[in-house]
Design a protein around this ligand. Structure first.
Ligand code: XMP
Ligand code: MG
Length: 186
């Protein structure tokens, strides 16, 4: 049904909604065990992590608080530059808090590497990463991700929060964007 909805903009569906939800449920059980008896602050990275955050947080029976940060890591084009700008900072003081960063995807790793250093300097009691997707073949820096959904091939993916030119975020599954979409700019 989904390929019809998006008129052939995807070459394939990589991960179906049900697989995502099942994996998030497994990750939630692991998070609950690891943070038993502790207050947990989930920090979502806007805008891509909105869907992961919504589904992960509701899967957790553990009480959590949520905050959001928006960063921009790309200059022009689709390559991460490593130069990160904060577009929206957290409202929460991280000092002494157990913080779990919730991300959509680790590509080069440059954004998360910068974010880890930035948030670590704020004195959290602990700081870990939860990411739905990772492209191992695109890694330029080593990222220690404690909770990972799926490793995927080095292709541009959209859906479940991930966009191309702000489109496709509301797709329920994760798919590979067809090259004709970016070559025509539409
Ligand atoms: P780095 O390279 O710093 O980049 O790890 C992470 C951020 O880049 C975006 N990104 C993608 N967005 N499909 C997308 O829609 C992709 O395949 C993709 N790869 C990287 C994303 O915002 C991520 O947080
Ligand atoms: Mg992102």
């Amino acid at each position: 049904m989904e390929p019809r909805d998006i008129d052939g903009d995807l070459t394939e569906i990589l991960i179906e909604e049900a697989e995502i939800r099942a994996r998030l449920a497994e990750m939630s059980r692991q998070i609950e065990a690891d943070y038993a008896g502790k207050d947990l602050l989930l920090v979502g990275v806007l805008k891509g992590a909105v869907m992961v955050m919504a589904d992960l947080a509701r899967e957790l029976v553990h009480p959590v608080t949520m905050d959001w940060m928006a960063v921009s890591s790309y200059g022009s084009g689709t390559q991460s530059s490593g130069v990160v700008r904060i577009l929206k900072d957290l409202d929460t003081d991280l000092h002494g808090r157990h913080v779990l960063i919730v991300e959509d995807i680790i590509d080069s790793g440059l954004t998360l590497s910068w974010l880890m250093a930035n948030l670590n300097s704020r004195g959290p009691a602990s700081l870990e990463i939860c990411a739905l997707l990772r492209k191992p073949d695109a890694a330029r820096v080593e990222i220690d991700v404690k909770y990972l959904g799926f490793d995927i091939p080095n292709q541009f993916v959209v859906g479940y929060g991930l966009d191309y030119a702000e489109k496709y975020r509301n797709l329920r599954s994760v798919g590979v964007l067809a090259p004709h979409v970016y070559s025509t700019g539409e």
